[in-house]
Design a protein around this ligand. Structure first.
Ligand code: ADP
Length: 258
């Protein structure tokens, strides 16, 4: 059996890969990945952007980007990404039934992700944003070892437990020499839509402190906002559907900082 680190191979047609990761699930990683991809395009319309959903266990991109259906095949037998809002997307959710349970073994997961990355006609992309599965397991490690990554964005809430996991994530990327572009603090403040009172439900400056400890940048602060949840559920991400809202502005600032 071959030993040693697999060689990193660029993805055909893709200039820069940015991975969006989190130490644990439910902190807003996919929502950030989608709005970051849209933010990159909103900040510079000349850029072409793709989005790869590497979370084969719980793909969110089909719902968030309001896309479904099977990708067509090109003459070279490559899958054509599905496109919405100008973003080329690929997800396991386009290939399997939404409700059918998938029983994955470790190697199957890797070979599925490899296909989602390489057997796709991405065209020419300035950025490919990868929505990583949560955590720091074999799959995450394998992605970072197989493709050259320009940088990682780590999403965390300001809560202690999420931060501990985020720290593990940051350390994993460091070990495999992937630059950590910085942290996004999500759900840091809730502003009551009725009285405008602000509440720090998950604490206030946790991610900022962690960024300082790890010596990485704070890329942005995303508020806990009904508009973000509702637009996500409708498949109309906030950067696209409410471009003038402070929430959209917060994501565009993150995109400008990466
Ligand atoms: P993860 O990818 O980390 O599992 P998701 O992006 O799927 O997390 O987000 C989990 C849930 O939280 C979703 O219902 C999403 O709409 C919601 N959510 C994420 N970020 C915010 C936010 N800043 N404000 C309100 N709801 C949010």
């Amino acid at each position: 059996m071959a030993r040693g680190l697999p060689k990193q191979k660029p993805i055909a047609g893709v200039k820069e890969v940015i991975v969006v990761a989190s130490g644990k699930g439910g902190v807003g990683k996919s929502t950030t990945a989608v709005n970051l991809a849209l933010g990159l395009m909103a900040n510079d319309q000349s850029k072409s952007v793709g989005l790869l959903d590497a979370d084969v266990y719980g793909p969110s991109v089909p719902k968030l980007m309001n896309l479904k259906g099977n990708p067509e095949l090109t003459d070279n037998n490559l899958m054509r990404p599905l496109v919405n809002f100008g973003i080329s997307c690929m997800s396991m959710g386009f290939l399997v039934d939404e409700v059918a349970p998938i029983v994955w073994r470790g190697l199957m997961v890797m070979s599925a992700i490899e296909k989602l990355i390489r057997q796709v006609d991405w065209g020419n992309l300035d950025y490919l944003v990868i929505d990583m599965p949560p955590g720091t397991g074999d799959v995450q490690l394998s992605i970072t070892q197989n493709i050259p990554i320009a940088g990682a964005v780590i999403v965390s809430t300001p809560q202690d437990i999420a931060l501990l996991d985020a720290r593990r994530g940051a350390e994993m990327f460091r070990k495999v020499n992937v630059p950590v572009l910085g942290l996004v603090q999500n759900m840091s403040v809730f502003q009551c839509p009725k009285c405008n009172h602000q509440t720090h439900i998950f604490g206030s400056d946790g991610a900022k402190e962690l960024a300082h400890t790890l010596g990485v940048e704070m890329l942005g602060d995303i508020p806990l906002h009904l508009n973000i949840r509702e637009t996500s559920d409708k498949g109309q991400p906030v950067v696209m559907s409410s471009p003038n809202s402070p929430e959209a502005e917060a994501y565009r600032r993150v995109a400008a900082a990466v």
